[in-house]
Design a binder for this molecule. Structure first.
Ligand SMILES: Cc1cc2nc3c(=O)[nH]c(=O)nc-3n(C[C@H](O)[C@H](O)[C@H](O)COP(=O)(O)OP(=O)(O)OC[C@H]3O[C@@H](n4cnc5c(N)ncnc54)[C@H](O)[C@@H]3O)c2cc1C
Ligand code: FES
Length: 502
């Protein structure tokens, strides 16, 4: 069993250099997941000189941990989007996702990328063991709304393999995300464009329109923040902090497993559980590869994270008793209160894209299209709908309060709580723990060689206390979901710096 995601394990990507000198480009793109890579690729195609800057390795953070269902079916049901935003806007949101699938298909064909891209149906079905009669009306309503708004959706009494009622959505797709992005990122360098890895942006200079990376400056005309969770950049601290309160980070878990050929149709499935379980099936010559995910919870808010995998495996075995699990991993999804992403200009010359929920592969591609249009001064149909300051509408204000009410709670609770242990002597090799007295705590990790790494548990974002995540060997912050390596370096924001060593 490996804890490396199946995509990373199956597809290495060549290394790119770190930034070693000052330079000037038309557009700086920060973050090389699907959003940043696609943005830089489209911008280069449109004639811009781009620099794509990545703190880690390309396509290795959330994009490397995805399950990559290519779907326009949003986490929030279409009929609910229609209730909140009106039919036209709900349709536009799904249309944007459909346009992304189209764009990916176009790029795959134009660039002749071998990435297992294929159109496949997706099924939403009553969860195994769920109350069938209770769930049928909302499934029928979803199929009806989708049909009315022009999408190919059919209510079924019996979804294949599961034999449970559900909805079949035609015209969805799947691909190998790393094979696709490996090809795209390889086409960016040259003619004044660059890709840099192991190069974190650590400072912005709004007056000179430049950003600092590895002690060097990149000057630019425009900036695209493709960091999944936006950095402050050219925004004011206050507006960036306010914006953060609209974002909620969830951790989602996935298992990779083999089953014999012909066990289950090659498609995508997800159920009506809350949070939902999702399943993808990829046919190979000698086996079918299954990716099964779910167990989402707010990042940093569950301690026994390993049990999430055990629960998932138990449910997977109920559906596919012959499944042999060989990979498991987890990653973050960032959600907005109303279920739609935030994509667009949020400060002069600065474009952000976040809040994709479970549709980051499609919305990441939508963002790239919108960023390219923004850089070219072209109008884009989804600007108002996805604007970060959109004025909505029923429900949002209520959700917003609900999603954030636990922030001061965690801040206070963690500061006042007792540490998990009293002394670093209690920490075994390969484990981390917050130890010390109530007023003087440290987050300590003992590596495989027995060496101790000690940090302040105070999250550099807004001061909550991090917790040890035993499943991933990371420090996770329960407030806004920042994550840090066992050795303190930041993995994912909103924190922009690592934990302070003690
Ligand atoms: C388990 C799981 C299953 C999922 N399933 C699906 C699915 O089926 N379909 C779907 O559409 N979506 C799915 N998603 C969501 C989707 O994978 C993500 O939303 C998407 O990959 C986000 O892409 P991104 O490029 O915006 O962010 P990322 O891939 O996170 O890339 C952002 C990059 O920015 C870099 N960065 C951050 N700060 C800096 C800095 N200061 N300097 C330089 N670089 C920086 C990071 O290192 C990172 O590489 C899933 C996610 C998970 C975790
Ligand atoms: S305090 Fe905001 S992520 Fe930690």
């Amino acid at each position: 069993m490996t804890t490396i995601p199946f995509w990373i394990d199956s597809t290495p990507i060549k290394r790119f250099p770190t930034l070693q000198k000052n330079m000037r480009v038309d557009v700086l793109v920060i973050g090389a997941g699907i959003t940043g890579i696609t943005t830089a690729y489209l911008l280069k195609k449109a004639g811009f000189a781009v620099a794509l800057i990545e703190r880690e390795r390309v396509a290795s953070v959330d994009t490397g941990h995805t399950t990559a269902h290519l779907t326009y079916i949003t986490d929030v049901e279409l009929y609910k989007l229609a209730d909140s935003f009106g039919n036209d806007h709900a349709q536009a949101a799904w249309d944007a996702g459909a346009a992304a699938i189209d764009e990916i298909e176009r790029i795959v064909s134009e660039e002749k990328i071998d990435c297992e891209f294929m159109m496949a149906p997706a099924y939403l079905h009553v969860r195994v063991g769920g109350s069938v009669q209770k769930e049928i009306p909302s499934l029928k309503k979803e199929a009806r709304t989708a049909g009315k708004l022009g999408f190919d959706a059919t209510y079924l009494e019996s979804v294949p393999h599961f034999n449970l009622p559900g909805v079949r959505f035609a015209n969805q797709a799947k691909f190998h995300p790393r094979k696709y992005l490996r090809a795209l990122v390889g086409r960016i360098p040259g003619d004044g464009s660059h890709v840099f890895e192991r190069s974190a942006v650590t400072e912005f200079d709004a007056k000179k329109c430049r950003a600092k990376i590895n002690r060097h400056w990149i000057s630019f005309d425009r900036l695209v923040m493709a960091t999944n969770n936006p950095l402050v950049g050219f925004s004011s601290i206050t507006s960036a902090a306010l914006f953060q309160t609209k974002l909620v980070l969830y951790t989602s878990y996935a298992l990779g497993a083999r089953v014999p050929v012909g066990t289950i149709p090659e498609a995508m499935f997800w159920d009506t559980r809350e949070p939902y379980d999702y399943l993808r099936v990829d046919g190979h010559r000698d086996f079918e590869y299954i990716i099964y995910g779910g167990e989402d919870h707010k990042t940093g808010q569950k301690r026994k994270t390993k049990q999430a995998y055990a629960r998932l495996e138990k449910r997977l075995k109920k559906i596919l008793p012959e499944a042999r699990v060989d990979h498991r991993w987890s990653g973050q999804v960032i959600c907005s209160p109303d279920g739609l992403p935030y994509i667009g200009e949020n400060a002069e010359r600065q474009f952000i894209a976040t809040g994709y929920c479970g549709n980051g592969i499609t919305f990441g591609t939508v963002s790239a299209i919108m960023a390219r249009d923004w850089a070219m001064g072209r109008k884009n149909p989804w600007c108002d709908l996805f604007a970060f300051d959109r004025k909505k509408i029923k429900g949002a204000a209520w959700n917003y309060v609900k999603e954030n009410k636990d922030y001061p709670y965690y801040m206070l609770k963690d500061r006042l709580a007792r540490a998990e242990g009293e002394s670093v002597r209690e920490i075994k090799r390969g484990k981390g723990m917050v130890v010390g007295s109530r007023l003087k705590k440290i987050a300590a990790f003992r590596d495989r060689k027995g060496e101790l790494h000690k940090f302040s548990p105070v999250c550099p974002h807004l001061g909550c206390h991090v917790r040890w995540n035993p499943a991933e060997s990371t420090w996770d912050c329960p407030c806004h979901g920042s994550r840090f390596k066992s050795t303190g370096e930041v993995i994912a924001g909103p924190a922009e710096q690592g934990l302070s060593p003690v």
